[in-house]
Design a protein around this ligand. Structure first.
Ligand SMILES: Cc1cc2nc3c(=O)[nH]c(=O)nc-3n(C[C@H](O)[C@H](O)[C@H](O)COP(=O)(O)OP(=O)(O)OC[C@H]3O[C@@H](n4cnc5c(N)ncnc54)[C@H](O)[C@@H]3O)c2cc1C
Length: 431
């Protein structure tokens, strides 16, 4: 219940973050009519796994970022606020969050922190200004604008300039890097009809390292067949205007021309995770993720839970199923459907990644794995199932038909509601 106590707004539960974890927790609390306030820095719920499709024009951004308020409309007990949590007093159980109207405070009975992670540049924060990333809807729009720009300029340019403009380097061969590299090649062949060079750089010895074995081999072969140059055991050592310098683990260095560099090489938890760690004494790993207790509580605080990408527990993957299952688990503890202290146990339903149209890998467990068209259709079906809202699912299917069966890119027709912000390439050009 929300009320004002000694001049301070007070509520049973505060959820911070409207990603997969926060939303799953909110829906689960609603089942028992528990009152909660959900505070999020963004007004929408972002379906991150499809960000690469927005960046490459397959989907308009609206399909993957519905407003939180409309998602939770039919779930009782929730009050959604737009704001960024900037401070916590763990002893007094009080959060401070910034809103457009100024700072506000709220006291919680229980807190569920689900603020996700950001991009990690492994100590080279200057790379952030020189590369495109894919974490937010604005990131995807920026990359989309860059892709449109280079293809448009290349179509009118001399051969040398065209070659420079249409050179892409993707750093990190996890699912996002593989998806972006594969889609760029497909975009050039089927939509823009221009030759491009795409180089995928990975520090580990395999593409899609967590999959390993035959699936990593399949992904590498499939990318190479599509014309992507795959560099394994290779690290990016420097990035400057139009050029990426890489070094193999044997020490061989080379430069690769790149008008566009996409960074998808790692995640780090900062922001609210850091604040929580300082306020509770909770330890963090090297990526800044909170080392939470088995029941997802933080430090010695039975009233503070943290879930999803901002945490690390038992090596569970930093993926949406982990965040959602943890969200439901802590909501069950709060609504007394589970005993306080019940350890969280992850149910691994498998992993999948797309390489290009009709090409994907799916791993249900160490014995059941499949590749190719069946894996690709499974990927689309699963992501469609989890995409929020009937309307979004319907329009996504239409867009997929246009992009994957036809050669159109409906996302490129999306009207910008606000000017595209400054981009790394624009900054380089201005320099
Ligand atoms: C490009 C990309 C592709 C991916 N593909 C897949 C995939 O195919 N399959 C898969 O399972 N997983 C995938 N993932 C991972 C998956 O998206 C994450 O594991 C999942 O989003 C984690 O959920 P979360 O709730 O912890 O955080 P998030 O979903 O990141 O949500 C964090 C929320 O916290 C809010 N927030 C942050 N700081 C504050 C603050 N201080 N105050 C208030 N609000 C704040 C943000 O606005 C956001 O709403 C992908 C991720 C990316 C980036």
């Amino acid at each position: 219940m929300q009320h004002v106590d000694a001049g301070m707004e007070t509520t049973d539960v505060v959820i911070v973050g409207s990603g997969f974890g926060g939303l799953a927790a909110a829906k689960q609390l609603s089942k028992s009519g528990v009152d909660y306030v959900l505070i999020s820095a963004t007004p929408e719920h972002l379906f991150q796994p499809l960000l690469y499709q927005v960046a490459t024009g397959v989907l308009p951004s609206t399909d993957i970022a519905p407003p939180i308020a409309s998602i939770l409309r039919r779930h009782k007990g929730g009050d959604v606020r737009l704001g960024k949590v900037v401070d916590i007093d763990a002893e007094a159980a009080v959060l401070t969050y910034d809103t457009e109207q100024g700072p506000r405070q709220i006291r919680y009975g229980s807190l569920i922190a689900a603020t996700g992670a950001t991009q990690s540049y492994f100590g080279r924060d200057d790379f952030a200004d020189k590369t495109f990333s894919l974490k937010t809807i604005d990131d995807a729009k920026l990359l989309r604008a860059q892709i449109e720009r280079v293809f448009a300029e290349a179509s009118k340019a001399d051969p040398e300039t065209r070659e420079r403009l249409l050179s892409f380097v993707v750093v990190g061969a996890g699912p996002t890097g593989v998806e972006v590299a594969g889609q760029l090649k497909e975009l050039s062949k089927r939509h823009f009809h221009q030759e491009i060079s795409v180089t995928l750089v990975e520090g580990a010895g395999a593409v899609l390292p967590p999959f390993g074995g035959s699936l990593s081999k399949y992904a590498r072969e499939s990318l190479t067949r599509n014309g992507v140059e795959v560099l394994l055991d290779t690290f990016v050592t420097d990035i400057e205007a139009g050029k990426v310098t890489v070094k193999t683990k044997d020490g061989v260095e080379r430069g690769i021309g790149a008008e566009t560099v996409v960074w998808s090489a790692g995640v780090a938890a900062g922001g609210f995770a850091k604040l929580l760690a300082e306020a509770t004494g909770c330890e963090t790993d090297r990526a800044g993720r909170l080392l939470i207790n088995p029941d997802c509580t933080v430090g010695g605080h039975a009233d503070i839970f943290a879930i999803g990408d901002m945490t690390s527990l038992n090596g569970y993957p930093g993926q949406s199923p982990t965040a959602m299952q943890e969200g439901r688990h802590v909501a069950d503890i709060i609504r007394r459907d589970k005993q306080p202290g019940t350890p969280f146990v992850y149910w691994d339903k498998g992993s999948m990644a797309v390489i290009s149209t009709f090409s994907a890998v799916t791993k249900l467990n160490d014995r059941v794995k499949f590749t190719g068209t069946i894996a690709w259709i499974t990927w689309l079906a699963v992501h469609l199932f989890y995409l929020v809202g009937f309307r979004n699912r319907f329009t996504a299917v239409l867009s997929w038909l246009v992009a994957f069966i036809g050669t159109g890119r409906p996302g490129f027709d999306e009207e910008e509601t606000k000017p595209v912000a400054d981009s790394p390439a624009h900054r380089r050009q201005a320099a």
